[in-house]
Design a binder for this molecule. Sequence first.
Ligand SMILES: C[S@@+](CC[C@H](N)C(=O)[O-])C[C@H]1O[C@@H](n2cnc3c(N)ncnc32)[C@H](O)[C@@H]1O
Length: 353
Amino acid sequence: MLKQSLIEQIDAAGPLPFEAFMEAALYDPEGGFFAAGPLRSAPEGDFLTSSEVSPAFGETLARFVAAERDRLDHPPGFAVVEAGAGSGSLLGPLLAAIEPRPEAWAVEASPAARRALVDVVGEHRVVGSLGELSGPLPGVIIANELVDNLPMALAVKTGDGWQERWVGVTGGELELVARPARPAVTDWCRRFAGNVSEGGMVEVQLAAYHWMGSALSALAAGSLVVIDYGGTAEELEPRRTQGTLRTYRAHHLGPDPLAEPGATDITADVNFTALAAAAEELRASVELHRQDDFLARWGLRDRLSELRDIELELAKGDDAIARLQVRSQVTDIETLLHPRGLGDFRVMVAARS
Ligand SMILES: C[S@@+](CC[C@H](N)C(=O)[O-])C[C@H]1O[C@@H](n2cnc3c(N)ncnc32)[C@H](O)[C@@H]1O
């Protein structure tokens, strides 16, 4: 069992930085939540993403992708890549809605998800990491609810500056232990933690910062679109007392992250100020939107109005099944746009020309 093997490893070699613990809990080939389990982003799995809620999410992103292809003047080899593509519920509707269909790639850490993605993009276009793409591509890379899973360090503000929390073992159980902050952690906190009061906890998203570099390097031209929960450093400040680290399992908040490594998702709100800085250092131009605004800009509110009109027309006839089907599409789109739910997610577009 993963927990026991982590306890033995820590007993033998000492505490682990939190990001090393999180890496094992999510990606250990034998017991990691994503690497070893079934498909996680599905109704019978652990969470429902925007793409799982409605195909209109991928269809709306298709309009953005088509506009990017126009902006780049239809370059040969224009491609759509989804990083952390899950079941393919984003890529499938996106590819069905765009003519001519661009080359498409799915990047996935989970073998169960990779199997599902073969049906969406074909066997040779499903890869385990961005490095396996065929060189820098012109196109669009999309990551929906991926970056919140990239391993993070944990830092706490003290009267003397920053301290870290590593994972140690006491009485045979995993627990957080205080450690001096490493220079990279202190530097990240100085730049991106915002105003944190004493005792406040910050998830230090160093891997996300480096992932931005890998993703932008995989793009010869085009845009990287990162969609997730979170906000700017300033918007996250009110959440800095307890921090935002949490687990999910079977569509509910799960136990403490140390309780059952490998059996729960581990996640935290994404610091978009840090992601934007990483993109700007690589000379990408960055826009940050709320998800409801971004989807509206690419036509989702128009689609909603159309469907409401169709529903009204159907209400005059006697095809109750057809009317209920349209009602259900309307409700799902309203969920994507809900200002205190999925609409409050952030969409960062980092463009390279
Ligand atoms: C919350 S799901 C989102 C799935 C999909 N993007 C969607 O919109 O439904 C996160 C997905 O990212 C995958 N994943 C997590 N970390 C990854 C990584 N480092 N590289 C590639 N895929 C990863 C997981 O296996 C999972 O399928």
